[in-house]
Ligand binder design. Structure first.
Ligand SMILES: [Zn+2]
Length: 121
């Protein structure tokens, strides 16, 4: 199973990392880059629905392939599946929206110049 769960002691939150191979050394936190990650073993006691989501993702070879090549659409899709039922922050939602359109938001927090905000379809 290439998806590993960690607890970040700095952010005080659970983070999930997609690692092709598991190394003993803990990777830095994707949120704060702090090296305070602690591996969780919750996968063993995962709820069935969570496990189904994992299985679903991992059986989708196109999705996993896209994730490995940092395809924004695949990353957005993965995020969507993993956060099922959970509300995401509005600014994050917008970043995901962009990713679904195939754009990799370089800096979602700083926002865009708003060039497309007025665009009416
Ligand atoms: Zn962190």
């Amino acid at each position: 199973m290439p998806i590993y769960e960690y607890w970040c002691n700095h952010c005080q939150r659970k983070v999930m990392l997609y690692l092709p191979t598991f190394s003993q050394a803990s990777p830095p936190c994707p949120k704060c880059s702090n090296n305070a990650l602690q591996r969780l073993f919750s996968t063993f006691s995962m709820h069935k629905t969570d496990k189904n989501i994992y299985d679903d993702i991992l059986s989708d070879s196109q999705l996993t392939k896209g994730m490995l090549s940092n395809d924004p659409r695949a990353l957005a899709e993965w995020n969507k599946r993993m956060s099922q039922g959970e509300k995401v922050a509005p600014e994050y939602e917008e970043a995901l929206d962009r990713m679904e359109r195939g754009e990799m938001p370089a800096n979602p927090a700083s926002g865009d110049s708003g060039e497309s905000a007025e665009k009416a379809d």
